[in-house]
Design a protein around this ligand. Structure first.
Ligand code: NDP
Length: 242
């Protein structure tokens, strides 16, 4: 490991949007990185130094474990896991394809548990470490056509709070960041064009939304507090978002 390199940060969903911006900010801060997503070309195209890029589907716990083991052998123990990978497929429950809510729960919830399990034992043994879960304002309140997505994000927030209580005595911090609307590729997975159009109009009415850098900057601020300081939960949205 390079002497001046800061501890290993694992970011899931680093190939676009918020995860890619976080990768850039943590690389700029001098951290070793393990960047995970399915689209390897997109994470490699970030061109970051000391960044191991691996094509991993976060629903595959064995593949996650293998990637983390490889990165720890190169860079030392994981000090921060950012569970950022996520999927939003808005829809109405009477008409939505059930595979869409299956996918969202698999990626947004079960895969977050997978990645957490992979790193948690090491953090507890070391008595230090941070898990930052990307929830959403949709983990705090409901929105039209969001029933399944909101369900996943309420789950992220409640799992995080429960885990925080469980591991606080081990010196491990668990944090959530809950963004409002951010301009990324997230809406692109929704298949209902009417819902997409409505969402875009809502963003336009607000005069625009946040950019991924806003979230990444905040995540770095949360992480870089002293280890005995845990910013448990941050809600961040465009000023004009109601
Ligand atoms: P993007 O669609 O731009 O990014 C989603 C990321 O998740 C991609 O890197 C994608 O990589 C990855 N991902 C999805 N499925 C998998 C999978 N099975 N295995 C590995 N990686 C996967 O959206 P955002 O940047 O907006 O989303 C990031 C997080 O922020 C999500 O959890 C989202 O719910 C949350 N969020 C976003 C908000 C917004 O308005 N944009 C608001 C609030 C929260 P790949 O496809 O290459 O695998």
């Amino acid at each position: 490991m390079t002497a001046s390199l800061k501890p290993l940060v694992v970011i899931t969903g680093a190939s676009s949007g918020i995860g890619a911006a976080m990768a850039q900010h943590f690389a700029d801060a001098g951290h070793a990185l393990l960047l995970i997503a399915r689209r390897l070309d997109r994470i490699e195209a970030l061109g970051l130094e000391n960044a191991m890029c691996r094509s991993v589907d976060v629903t595959d716990i064995a593949a996650l474990r293998a990637a983390v083991t490889e990165a720890e052998a190169a860079y030392g123990p994981v000090d921060l896991l950012i569970n950022n990978a996520g999927l939003m497929q808005l829809g109405q429950l009477d008409t939505q394809d059930p595979t869409e809510w299956q996918n969202m729960f698999d990626v947004n919830v079960l895969a977050l548990l997978n990645a957490t399990q992979v790193v948690l034992g090491g953090m507890k043994a070391r008595g230090a470490g941070t898990i930052l879960n990307v929830s959403s304002i949709a983990g705090k309140k409901s929105f039209p056509n969001h029933a399944a997505y909101v369900g996943t994000k309420f789950a992220v927030s409640s799992i995080s709070e429960n885990l925080r209580e469980e591991v606080s005595g081990d010196g491990v911090r668990v944090m959530t960041i809950c963004p409002g609307a951010v301009e990324t590729e997230l809406l692109g997975h929704t298949t209902d064009q009417e819902i997409i159009d409505g969402y875009e109009a809502w963003k336009e009415d607000m005069g625009g939304v946040l950019v991924a850098d806003d979230i990444a900057r905040t995540a770095l601020f949360m992480y870089t507090q002293p280890q005995n300081v845990n910013i448990r939960d941050v809600v961040i949205a465009a000023t004009r978002q109601p």
